[in-house]
Design a protein around this ligand. Structure first.
Ligand code: ADP
Length: 620
């Protein structure tokens, strides 16, 4: 369905209701504050008009100074009271509305965290997410538009309800002319106002269609704009490369192109403004018809000057309230289209099967309660949309408490193997078993808790060091210190101003400490040790370390791994000597396996070639 397409009324109602529930859940208090503010904003002009009319009546009639003073004092104080109340509601509302943007952010964070990992790496899904985010945060479409229109709708409804009584009183008032008091005037007035209402509705619809089409056209520009304008030039991590390779020049060029494209949209703005002007003219026409009727009624003695002030004011409120209602109904057609695509993204189902078996209740456990055995049986895997398998017919067992090294050239499938072990992806063929049971049958959270992983592209957070080490778990300072010591961070820890409380990086704390890539890798290693899961998986854990630090990690490898089952991926074959067995990956397949001594002796095998290539390099 194209975005411009209008949705059936039922669907619009359902989407609007869901928007209401979403806003109520994510922004508690916002809807109440919106309603209170709308009521205060709608009622103030009525009270003002009613009381002013009494002043005019007094001046035109009795001219009693006491009464005049009373009405004036009442008008001023009631207006003052309303201003104070409205001011408070305004503040409450704007505070809640400012928070709204943060809480809408949570909507996307929750989705990103709960979606299948395959979708996190799927460019099409991430593009869909960016489109929905831009739509909400840059255009204010969908949920934000719902909140804003709700305010107008409530204000319109309050105005129409409050003025309806006054309009009824106007028709009930008796003049000296039977013609003026005829109920037919009701029809005549309705006919006079109809072009204004119908015309407004049409013009709003026309503008909505223009706006929707414009949003659609701006979508790709917006994405580029946010990449070149924000991500590329403002991301600290890219700052070195951007400066060195003058990528700011490319960004400038792209932004200029985008700005030109935007300014080419002048026709859109002109047409939008013309429709708005026409709508205002039609509203003016309706208002003129009503004013004429009030004037005629007064001329024929139905009420005095105060009545004219009162009824003309009421009609103005009635007209603007009605216009707001027409506008919100018409606007609803636009934001429900955006809501539909937002909810379609949020409802995107996870395809990964979630088992129910707790990991403690294992069917088979040979080596006691803390032991887990993993087995891959003829596992093949292909990334969604890829032309070739990244893993082919891999079969192996991870023996409890043993150390397994995996080596192989870039792109041979080592990281993919880890992703499958951690169930970030499920095999395309074959199965992975934990103590004899397909890992898909276990509760995912519990299964995941069996792994301590240091990924090649690990990330630390701008939190205190202790929080980085203990992560989400319970914090034990002595244990955190021990783990940092084991990972080789002990010496650096003693130089940190606030020890374990030192913040990493300056994003959140000004006195945070920037640590080097190698130091970061040690902290990531400490985090994995602290987690103490039965499987320790290290993907190039020493890539950023200097040779001395790397040698220290190797020396401590047995201490680091403890009684865990460890999988160790490394290009540095010297480190593999510490492992009980080694697998050599090539093109997604296991092409060799054995101990270091066995593999080195096999002169025809790839391991021998890799080993000697490195040895020669070092001896040279
Ligand atoms: P290694 O860790 O041995 O360097 P990987 O497991 O990262 O290799 O990659 C194995 C193969 O899978 C490579 O051909 C790589 O291009 C491909 N690959 C890796 N990640 C993805 C992905 N998210 N989508 C599609 N292909 C991928």
């Amino acid at each position: 369905m194209k975005r411009q397409d209008k949705l059936p009324i039922r669907e619009r109602a359902a989407l609007t209701l869901r928007a209401w529930r979403t806003v109520r859940r994510f922004c508690p208090g916002l809807l109440g504050a919106t309603a209170a503010r709308a009521a205060a904003a709608a009622l103030q002009p009525f009270v003002s008009v009613l009381l002013s009319a009494r002043i005019v009546d007094e001046i035109a009639g009795e001219r009693d100074a006491g009464m005049l003073a009373l009405w004036t004092a009442l008008t001023v104080s009631v207006n003052f009271l309303f201003s104070v109340v409205k001011g408070c509601f305004d503040k409450l509302h704007s505070d809640r509305e400012n928070q709204m943007w943060c809480t809408f952010g949570r909507l996307f964070s929750e989705k990103q965290l709960s979606m299948d990992y395959a979708d996190v790496e799927d460019a099409a899904v991430q593009k869909q997410k960016d489109r929905e985010k831009n739509n909400l945060f840059q255009f204010g479409n969908g949920l934000a538009q719902f909140v804003w229109t709700l305010r107008d709708m409530l204000q319109g409804a309050f105005s129409v309800a409050a003025s309806a009584g006054a309009v009824a009183a106007l028709f009930a008032s008796r003049s000296s002319s039977a013609v003026m008091d005829s109920p037919l005037w009701l029809l005549l007035l309705a006919a006079g106002m109809a072009p204004g209402i119908i015309g407004n509705a049409r013009l709003f619809r026309r503008n909505n269609a223009l706006f929707l089409a414009w949003c659609g056209r701006m979508e790709p520009y917006n994405r580029l704009f946010s990449f070149f304008g924000f991500t590329l030039c403002q991301d600290d991590a890219r700052a070195k490369d951007v400066r060195l390779y003058r990528q700011d020049l490319s960004a400038d060029r792209e932004l200029t192109k985008l700005e030109k494209a935007e300014s080419g949209e002048r026709g859109y703005h002109a047409r939008y403004a013309a429709n708005e002007t026409l709508a205002a003219l039609l509203s003016g026409l309706s208002y003129a018809v009503c004013t004429l009727f009030v004037a005629l009624k007064a001329y024929f003695g139905a009420f005095g000057a105060g009545g004219v002030v009162q009824y003309v004011g009421m009609f103005a409120q009635f007209g603007s309230g009605l216009q707001k209602l027409v506008f919100t109904f018409s606007d609803n057609a636009v934001y429900t289209v955006h809501l539909k695509s937002l909810f379609a993204f949020l409802d995107r189902p996870n395809r990964k099967y979630e088992g129910t078996l707790p990991v403690e209740k294992r069917a088979f456990c040979e080596n006691g309660d803390t032991d887990y055995e993993l087995e891959l049986r003829d596992v093949s895997f292909r990334y969604p949309g890829a032309a070739e398998d990244a893993l082919r017919h891999v079969s192996l067992k991870l023996r409890v408490g043993k150390r397994l090294a995996i080596v192989g050239r870039n792109g041979s499938g080592k990281t993919t193997f880890i992703k499958l072990l951690c169930r970030l992806y499920d095999p395309t063929e074959g199965e992975i078993l934990l103590n004899g049971i397909d890992i898909r049958k276990y509760k995912y959270e519990e299964y995941l808790s069996l792994f301590s992983v240091v990924f090649q592209d690990f990330r630390l957070f701008a939190f205190p060091l202790r929080q980085n080490v203990a992560a989400g778990g319970e914090y034990d300072a002595d244990r955190a210190r021990d783990c940092l010591e084991t990972a080789g961070f002990g010496e650096r820890l003693r130089t940190l101003p606030k020890g374990l409380d030192t913040c990493l990086g300056k994003e959140l704390e000004e006195d945070g400490v920037e640590i080097s890539g190698g130091e970061g890798q040690k902290v990531a290693l400490a985090r994995a040790i602290y987690r103490g899961a039965p499987f320790l998986i290290l993907d190039e854990p020493t890539a950023a370390l200097d040779p001395v630090a790397e040698a220290e990690v190797y020396e401590r490898f047995h201490e680091i791994a403890g009684d865990k089952t460890a999988v160790f991926i490394s290009h540095r074959l010297a480190s593999c000597r510490f492992c009980d067995s080694i697998l050599v990956f090539d093109g997604g397949k296991i092409v060799q396996k054995g101990s270091h001594d066995e593999l080195v002796r096999d002169e025809s095998g790839p391991y021998h070639a890799l080993w000697h290539a490195q040895a020669e390099y070092y001896s040279a």
